[in-house]
Design a protein around this ligand. Structure first.
Ligand SMILES: [Zn+2]
Length: 480
């Protein structure tokens, strides 16, 4: 599908051990390759013996240092193999999303339950990388399909189909919008059970997934988080063959608060503590049922959050001297500007005129918006190969917003949707279960890798996707 991305991702995801081994080998080679200069054979011989001794002791010392330092942090993961199930009859993956859980929020307050998963599980050391645009629907659907938005079709939270002029919104459940094969469909295609307690796309009937009653909850934001956790726990009271192999659980927080007050408000701290309590409630429930060590819990977010303020704005009306951009052309303002000019206008000309204005120095904050033809966006964004993506896309600098016209409003809050290279857009990946080493840190990776990870844990064949086939082996414990 997207081979360039695959090779980039492969090189990004070495294991800790792979990273360390070549260094120690280099150290051994360079010390034994030290040049020897001498005028006589005996001196040469003695110096050879001496240098060999020095080299050997250096090698031993280096090897000792290497193994002792790695054993303190990594001894379990080096020797450990996947742990057998003790109570469950089949593997179960519970995928939890805490919306807008920016990487680093776990340090905002005391989070003993999330810490327990981290300490006894595997964590993306610098966070999970979302896909572009770093918005809720595109990212949740990339997590469960392993596809970039251009391929799974949900290219934004809101967009217009250029063929039919129909509008997709977050309430659109018609299968035609939702391409690719989400995990719940893959799982039921294999004769296993799946359950969804909310997830974008989960209500959509696809293949053998028909959103079955009691196993597929229709989205309703007013359901208390406790009730969601209790429902998931009750699945573990079913007879063994009825326990779903794959479950989702979704919380709107802390995204909800992040938009209102930005990432650094005490309201976020409170929301994070509350999510931690929900994780605690879940862990207690699983322990009471004797299945906590058997269940694979994967906790992620969909994107991060950055503070915004109304002094950091770019107004399209300020470009009028170069080109007029009517509101009807604009499908989405910010942080991803998406423009579809009507036929008769050349997108290339529109882009050129907009950029001329933005770079003129005469447009407030113009330097913080760059406009592209979608084909000319950086390829790492994978945001071109779909007719649904409008021809003109603007990338906004972190924390800035695009609006049509000036207003006197002075608000501060938070936003996401920016370039996924910004660390503020990163979220968390924490996995705890029989196939995850305890206390292991892995390098950051993109969320399209999660699909293959889940199918590997469940031991089923997944659909084609943008994830790397070898990724699961780099992060899971070997089975023997
Ligand atoms: Zn979100």
């Amino acid at each position: 599908m997207d081979s360039d991305s695959i090779s980039i991702l492969t090189s990004k995801a070495p294991t800790k051990r792979e990273e360390e081994l070549p260094d120690s080998t280099d150290a051994l080679l360079s010390s034994s390759d030290a040049p020897q200069k001498s005028s006589t054979k005996s001196v040469l011989f003695i110096s050879l013996v001496l240098s060999t001794c020095v080299a050997l002791s250096a090698a031993i010392a280096i090897a000792f240092l290497f193994f002792s330092s790695s054993s303190s942090s990594n001894s379990e993961s080096i020797n450990e193999v996947a742990r057998p199930l003790t109570k469950l009859k089949h593997p179960v993956v519970l995928l939890i999303s805490s919306d807008g859980f920016r990487f680093g929020y776990q340090f905002k307050t005391y989070t003993p339950n999330i810490n327990r998963l981290i300490k006894n599980g595997t964590e993306a050391e610098s966070g999970l990388i979302p896909v572009f645009p770093t918005l809720t629907f595109p990212n949740h659907y990339s997590i469960v399909t392993g596809l970039y938005p251009a391929y799974h079709g949900i290219i934004n939270n809101y967009f217009t189909d250029p063929e039919t002029n129909e509008v997709f919104t977050m309430a659109s459940h018609e299968p035609k919008w939702w391409l690719g094969e989400p995990l719940w469909e893959t799982v039921v295609n294999h004769g296993l059970k799946a359950s969804t307690y909310f997830w974008p796309g989960s209500e959509v009937h696809k293949g053998s997934w028909n959103c079955p009653k009691d196993y597929c909850m229709f989205y309703n934001s007013s359901v208390p988080f406790e009730e969601r956790v209790d429902t998931v726990l009750k699945y573990f009271d079913l007879s063994s063959s009825d326990i779903p192999s794959f479950m989702t659980l979704y919380f709107e927080d802390p995204d909800h608060q992040g938009h209102q007050v930005g990432p650094d408000d005490p309201l976020i701290t409170e929301a994070v503590a509350n999510i931690d309590e929900m994780i605690g409630k879940l862990i207690r429930g699983l322990e009471e049922r004797g299945v906590f060590e058997d269940v694979t819990v994967i906790m992620v977010g969909d994107h991060g959050m950055v503070g915004t303020c109304d002094k950091k704005l770019i107004f399209l009306d300020d470009l009028t001297s170069w080109i007029e951009i009517p509101t009807e052309w604009v499908q989405y303002y910010t942080p991803l500007l998406a423009i579809c000019p009507p036929s008769g206008y050349s997108p290339k000309d529109v882009v050129a005129k907009m950029n001329e204005g933005l770079k003129s120095g005469k447009v407030d904050n113009g330097q913080y918006l760059s406009v592209y033809l979608k084909e000319e966006l950086p390829s790492r964004l994978h945001y071109a190969a779909s007719d649904r993506i409008p021809p003109i896309i603007g990338l906004v600098q972190e924390g800035y917003k695009v609006e049509q016209k000036r207003s006197t409003r002075q608000e501060c809050g938070g936003a996401h949707g920016y370039d996924n290279a910004f660390f503020s857009m990163r979220t968390i990946f924490i996995a705890h279960g029989p196939q995850f080493a305890r206390g292991r840190k892995v390098p950051s990776f993109e969320n399209v890798q999660i699909y293959n990870l889940v199918t590997t844990i469940l031991n089923i064949q997944g659909a084609a996707n943008n994830g790397t086939a070898s990724f699961p082996q780099s992060i899971l414990l070997p089975s023997h």
